[in-house]
Design a protein around this ligand. Structure first.
Ligand code: ADP
Ligand code: ZN
Length: 362
């Protein structure tokens, strides 16, 4: 950092991005004109693979700027010939207005922000289905199959998982086809390997491990065997769509997302899986870790959904008990559940922060 990884004459660089720095200091990534062209091409392929065409109207709801989700999707959407609206992140009222006024059919957002918009509409007595969206391109953060189903149900559209990281360009690395059964990685542009993060040995086919990637078409900053820290597996077998590009399974999270609570390994996605199975649970939640006495305590705060709640305390209590029971079954220790009014938890416009760890370091 900053420019030690640059592999061409600085004159050839036309763009720079950085990772969002979720795990510390951001990494600077450089692109030549050809790199930008190639990125736009694989991004356009992703959108086409999900069924989008030049007839679609596309609203991009992620941040433009150093974050790759804005310009990355933008160039791909234009390449495909879509009517592209660079809405950027935030300003929910304007997002809703633009979707309505321009009859948007495809959106790109983080799953947490897509959920936030839906809940805002519901709280204002509007039905997100009336927007007439067809495709939700959702990614940049981990989410569960249960969250996908909830979002599909609320909007009445199909959700496609989109994976990428700045070090490998950003979005466009892996994406779902219409079968929605794992994300095809563009193997003409990347080599994928799955390794055991402890021994660094390759995993057996189909086994979960850390995703390691190599760029094949990048000129300004080629990267060999980059450890993504993301945990997933390559889905064995071929996709019914006929594409030969390998499929990555939904990310379990990053190896550093794993929480160790009372000696038990827990991924936030395991908690989400339990929560999102319930229709009455809204889309937002927070996992709060504290120390009580000498013990780790896990509390999960969930919002009730705006449509499914009858307003009675008795219902709330039943729902809480039910969740506490199911979470204990999932993780093996007692989890305290707090059910809250819709809109009580902080909403995110980009990557959601799901875990607050306030445990004492011993
Ligand atoms: P940072 O690494 O600083 O967050 P990036 O913006 O490059 O910066 O984010 C890339 C990371 O975001 C990936 O390594 C992965 O952890 C996460 N991510 C991106 N897309 C997905 C997805 N579809 N599912 C799960 N995690 C994702
Ligand atoms: Zn496929």
């Amino acid at each position: 950092y900053p420019t030690g990884m640059l592999a061409v004459d600085p004159e050839e660089v036309v763009r720079m991005h950085t990772s969002s720095g979720t795990t510390g200091r951001p990494t600077a990534i450089f692109h030549t004109r050809q790199d930008i062209e190639n990125w736009a091409e694989i991004m356009a392929r992703c959108l086409a693979m999900a069924g989008a065409t030049s007839k679609d109207i596309f609203q991009n709801m992620t941040g433009y700027g150093l974050f790759t989700g804005g310009l990355g999707l933008h160039y791909g959407a234009e390449r495909l010939g879509m009517w592209t609206i660079p809405a950027g992140a935030g300003n929910t009222a304007r997002q809703i207005m633009l979707m309505k006024d321009f009859h948007v059919t495809v959106i790109h957002a983080t799953p947490s922000y897509a959920m936030h918009i839906a809940e805002r509409m519901l709280s204002e007595g509007e039905d997100p289905k009336t927007l007439g969206l067809k495709i939700g391109v959702l990614g940049a953060e981990p989410y569960t199959e249960e969250m996908r189903l909830k979002l599909q149900d609320i909007y009445g559209f199909k959700v496609f998982n989109s994976y990428g990281l700045s070090e490998m360009n950003g979005p466009g690395v892996a994406f779902e086809c219409t079968y929605q059964n794992g994300m095809h990685v563009w193997e003409d542009s990347y080599i994928v390997e799955i390794i055991d993060p402890n021994t660094l040995e390759p995993c057996k086919p189909g086994e979960v491990g850390e995703l390691v990637m190599t760029t094949l078409r990048r000129t300004a900053q080629p990267i060999i065997r980059y450890r993504t820290r993301d945990l997933t597996r390559i889905i064995p077998g071929e996709c019914p769509c006929g594409r030969k590009h390998a499929r990555l399974d939904r990310m379990i999270g990053r190896s550093d997302d794993m929480l160790i609570v009372r000696g038990v390994n827990v991924f936030p996605s395991q908690i989400e899986e339990v929560l999102m199975k319930h229709e009455w649970v809204g889309g937002n939640y927070v996992i709060h870790l504290t120390t009580i006495g000498a013990m780790d305590e896990m509390a999960v705060k969930v919002e009730i959904s705006k449509t499914a709640f009858d307003g009675s305390i008795e219902t709330l209590r039943k729902l809480r008990d039910q969740l506490q029971r199911q979470l204990r079954e999932q993780v093996g220790f007692n989890v305290h559940v707090e059910v809250m009014e819709p809109g009580s938890l902080p909403a995110s416009e980009g990557k959601a922060k799901r875990v607050i760890d306030e445990r004492e370091r011993r």
